[in-house]
Write a protein that binds this ligand. Sequence first.
Ligand SMILES: Cc1ncc(COP(=O)(O)O)c(C=O)c1O
Length: 396
Amino acid sequence: MRELVSPTVGFSGRGHLYTEEEIAVVAAVMRETDALTQGRHQVDFERAFAAFSGAEHPFAVATCSAALDLAAMTLQLAPGDEVIAPAHTYVATVLPFARHGARVRWADIDADTRLISAATIAPLLSERTRAIIVVHLYGLTCDMDPILALAHAQGIPVIEDCAQALGACYRGKMVGTMGAFGCYSFHSHKNMTTLGEGGMLTVQSPDLAQAMPGLRHNGHRPFGHDRPHYWTPAMVDVDFPLAGVWPQNHCLGEVQCALGAKLLDRLPAMNALRRQRASRFINALNDFPELSFQAVPVDCQHVWHLLAARYDGAAGRDALLEKLAFEHGVQGVVQYYPLYRYPLFQRAGMGAADCPHTDAYYDRMISLPFQHWITEDALDYMLAALRSALDALRRG
Ligand SMILES: Cc1ncc(COP(=O)(O)O)c(C=O)c1O
């Protein structure tokens, strides 16, 4: 295999760098905080997140996978139950639902937005469907109103996977505030990262919101006030109101919560820079229609977590990647093997799908380096490299 040695523009696993002020927040918690989990920084982070997103009930959690897991647990899934989800996503979107016993039905993506839509979800609905999982992939919001209408008619919840879309809006509403649950990631690669891992869960139902601290933390809840001594019965009471649901420990530590609250101040500016750069980059490629980026509907605000495109030139996607990598040192990658092709799902009887756009997109897609800390010079270099590679491929 040819190795890409020290690329000029590399695909980074780190979304952004930290300011000295952000580093100071982390150091202060390390020096001064007593309990390093479940303390005042968790409360502050959740408050700041509520103010940022408009979500009424946010819960800081260890990862977006943990948020999805908590949402999946509340569905109280039984054998034969199904959920509908895209196959064009990172595998973590669906694992919690499969783990809790659901059969995943794969909805295709729309050819232009590259996201699932009401049109691709509707044919899969049945009396067995227990939830619809939408993914605001690459930072673009799904067309939520028709999806919510479908779910409402069926009486089932919509779970929003917002891992890649923190700060993105649909008709003036933030992602994660429209469905029954919103699940966010602060993983290393994301537009905002709490030191490599982190997540948030937002919950619409006040009843589930009341239960969530216990579900997130081993079923803990306070004993009543009539204890004769504070030391007995030992520790806290343990219970959970949903029959058959066993609580978890999905907590996020205080250092990460303090940093998350601080980062929310800078996130709008970081997202604005991503938007401005994406628009400049994409406009500068208008004369190459064989390379198409996600179509952004007028009522959606994109946060460009990734800069992904589809290459329809006759030479094929791999030829473009090869030219970029070995002639220019630009490290494009391919993302999101359609989930139904993985042995894990095939062995579990979830290998069947009717997703022609998912397959076609996977075979043609290329994702370009787009971390927040990329320099303007690197972006200009990548743009010139891409234009040169596209031009060469046109000439054959
Ligand atoms: C679309 C999507 N869903 C879920 C996840 C899982 O997030 P986490 O790593 O925080 O568990 C990720 C990212 O890693 C993702 O990109």
